[in-house]
Design a protein around this ligand. Sequence first.
Ligand code: FE2
Ligand code: FE2
Length: 135
Amino acid sequence: MGLINWHERYSVNIAEIDEQHKQLIKMINELHDAMMAKKGKDALLPILNQLASYCIKHFSIEEKMMQQHDYPDFADHQAKHQKMTAKVKALINDVQTGKSSVTIDVMNFLKSWLDKHIMGTDQQYAPFLNSKGVS
Ligand SMILES: [Fe+2]
Ligand SMILES: [Fe+2]
């Protein structure tokens, strides 16, 4: 059992996006495992960097889909993505400079962010995009 487990309730009924959300969960679990194994920043930083690039890639794919279909809450959703990207980048910077480490608080933040974002913000576009034929 990882820190987060995929559940059908996370599904947005868009196969590509569900796969990406599963991948994000996998990366957060990987980071959690490394933290639990008390791995140093040499092991944590590559995982964090991978997580950051995957988030950026995933966010831009979601944003393109929303834009393509004139999703009414696009700006707000994009702002949430940008805020998260900035947080992960700041975390990488703090770990890099030794200002902070990957702690259980950081893991809980990532877990609750993902949970809230997939269950709340992403779920909001699901019926809209599904109704436009995106699946
Ligand atoms: Fe998402
Ligand atoms: Fe999103």
